[in-house]
Design a protein around this ligand. Structure first.
Ligand code: SD4
Length: 330
């Protein structure tokens, strides 16, 4: 079977697609999504998505719910100290403090999130308890930590020596300028994981977890814990999640937009592209920043689109778990 990159290369050679950067802007034709449409499926952001997808599929195959699957899938990445932008090992803010944002959403439309949470290894699990055990959707900072403690979570220093060293180096210049695609630099950085899943019954769920942008201002909250921005699931239609410069996603409520576009008939890739175009139109910062969306439709169809080249995602479907490069605006 052709993988997506091969398909695109062949399609481009046959003149079916415009792959030249910049030409996408002018291409108003519907994008044919070459990906499969089958259940179950897991799709997630960046290289670490492969391991997360595999974990999620394992949970689903051993009888877990789709919410169990997305939670456990991203927990694997949260617990990886080598990962510089999720959970332990995450790069700190400019005060040297690691602060975490996470969200989760299930097929019943329920959602939970935590933001500006400190010293907890698995923010996504706290977010799940906010969803299931409280009358609220978001808990922040001290309140989120108090709730986590009361729910039995143990506190842990999340600033690893490597992350501390990176911060101390950064302090010398103290220049805040997030780097495009820092996520996939070999052996150096990774980033936020946003993961979407659909089970055999067609129920959808999603989770998103991050330590946010390195060297952000203390107290900064990104898009990941904001339902509709960093994550959105509508079990009638589909699900979407975002990665990259959260401020651009927040100002356009990107994940909600992607799902609403799918509701109105766009396929997941077209919907992600449209959300990126919205950012291009509205936000002058788009030129020097990265944002990537992934989406999953009710029929198992998937799609992705990003501002800049270099965004990739992992898709596990029909027994194959593999990486794809996203198409991009630039
Ligand atoms: C944030 N969207 O905090 C996250 C960071 C991220 O790839 O996804 N980076 O803005």
């Amino acid at each position: 079977m052709l993988n997506r990159r091969k398909f695109l290369e062949k399609a481009a050679a046959a003149g079916m697609l415009s792959l030249v950067p910049g030409m996408l802007k002018a291409n108003t034709e519907a994008i044919q999504n070459p990906l499969k449409k089958s259940l179950p499926a897991f799709i997630s952001t960046w290289n670490h998505g492969i391991a997360a997808n595999a974990e999620g599929m394992k949970v689903l195959s051993s009888g877990g719910s789709v919410v169990d699957a997305v939670e456990n899938a991203v927990m694997l990445i949260e617990a990886d100290p080598e990962n510089a932008s999720v959970g332990i090992g995450g790069w700190p803010d400019r005060e040297g403090i690691v602060t975490l944002d996470a969200s989760i959403m299930g097929p019943d439309g329920n959602a939970g999130s935590v933001c500006f949470l400190q010293n907890i290894l698995h923010p996504v699990s706290v977010a799940r308890l906010v969803m299931e055990k409280t009358p609220h959707v978001i808990l922040a900072g001290e309140g989120a930590l108090l709730f986590a403690r009361q729910s039995g979570f143990k506190e842990k220093n999340l600033l690893t020596p490597k992350a501390k060293e990176a911060w101390e180096k950064w302090l010398k210049e103290s220049k805040y300028d997030p780097v495009i695609n820092w996520e996939n630099e070999p052996n150096k950085y990774h980033d936020t994981i946003g993961l979407l899943a659909i089970d055999q019954k067609g129920d959808l769920a999603g989770a998103c977890t991050t330590s946010g942008l390195a060297f952000k201002m203390h107290g900064r909250v990104g898009d990941s814990p904001i339902i509709g921005a960093g994550l959105f699931v509508d079990n009638e239609v589909g699900a979407a999640t975002a990665t990259g410069m959260g401020e651009l996603v927040l100002k356009t409520l990107g994940s909600f937009l992607v799902v609403e576009l799918m509701r109105n008939g766009r396929n997941p890739m077209e919907a992600c592209k449209e959300a990126v175009l919205r950012i291009v139109k509205k936000d002058p910062e788009n030129v020097k920043r990265q944002v990537g969306f992934i989406a999953l439709g009710k029929n198992g169809e998937t799609g992705a689109f990003s501002l800049q080249p270099g965004f990739n995602y992992a898709l596990y479907q029909e027994g194959i778990n593999e990486m794809f490069d996203s198409k991009s605006y630039y």
